[in-house]
Design a protein around this ligand. Structure first.
Ligand code: GTP
Length: 237
């Protein structure tokens, strides 16, 4: 097994000295002139989990860049991350999203990160019965390694390839009910429900962090049910 290590570096300094620009230059190799906006003070860590090939990396890139990576499948090695700021009820919320390798051989590396995640998006592939059957094992691992109050969402990805469907929508919904977690089908290819998944997570975490006790609690299940697009209603290739 290749030797891997993860290093975390924190950029500190006064507002406006160029911390974000330095990071963008390092990450994307470019400088964005005149784009100063103060980095938001509220941020959460979200982790993507699920078998290798279910579409975690594509799901993240669709959310981050609005693009779909088709063609050659390159499995993630260990763990990778991306940041994205979303607006939740007028407040900027920064999501740091960890994309984990689904391959078994990286499991000990990814376990180390579970405890730092405030939300977990657990994906299976609707064209792969095995990826769905493995969800129970993923949930067992989550209960072993993650924080007790972590927000979990179950996602049936690749809903655009309905001709090869191997897992019924009802079966996904029923498993989610059994574990008391919200559920929806998504497509990293078309973008269906991708933004909604992250937005619902951001809303739930933000309300937990800042909402006064006397205000009504945000209901993530109700929010998703009212917003999600059903795969059956859309024409897919
Ligand atoms: N049709 C379709 N293909 C998808 C979708 N999401 C991902 N794929 C394809 O599925 C393959 C695997 O996608 P990845 O995002 O790399 O899978 P992963 O879960 O990150 O895999 P690991 O990094 O090994 O854990 C790629 O060939 C993608 O093009 C989707 O929503 N629809």
């Amino acid at each position: 097994m290749p030797l891997m290590c993860s290093l975390q570096t924190i950029l500190v300094g006064d507002s406006g000295v160029g911390k974000t620009s330095l990071l963008v230059q390092f990450d994307q190799g470019k400088f964005i002139p005149g784009s100063f906006s103060a980095t938001v003070g509220i941020g959460f860590t979200v982790m993507l989990l699920g078998d290798s090939g279910v579409g975690k990396t594509c799901f993240l890139l669709q959310f981050k860049d609005g693009a779909f990576l088709s063609g050659t499948f390159i499995a993630t090695v260990g763990i990778d991350f991306r940041n994205k700021v979303v607006a939740v009820d007028g407040v900027k919320v920064k999501l740091q999203i960890w994309d984990t390798a689904g391959q078994e051989r990286f499991r000990s590396v990814t376990h180390a990160y579970y405890r730092d995640a405030q939300a977990l998006l657990l994906l299976y592939d609707i064209t792969s019965k095995m990826s769905f059957d493995n969800i129970r094992a993923w949930l067992t691992e989550i209960h072993e390694y993650a924080q007790k109050d972590v927000v979990i969402m179950l996602l049936g990805n690749k809903a655009d390839v309905s001709s090869e469907r191997a897992v019924r929508t009802e079966d996904g919904a029923s498993l989610a009910r059994e574990y008391g977690v919200p559920f929806m089908e998504t497509s990293a290819k078309t973008g269906m429900n991708v933004e909604l998944a992250f937005l619902a997570i951001a809303k739930e975490l933000k309300q937990r962090a800042v909402q006064p006790l006397d205000e009504p609690h945000f209901q993530i299940h109700d929010y998703i049910e009212s917003q999600k697009k059903k795969s059956s209603c859309c024409a897919f290739s």
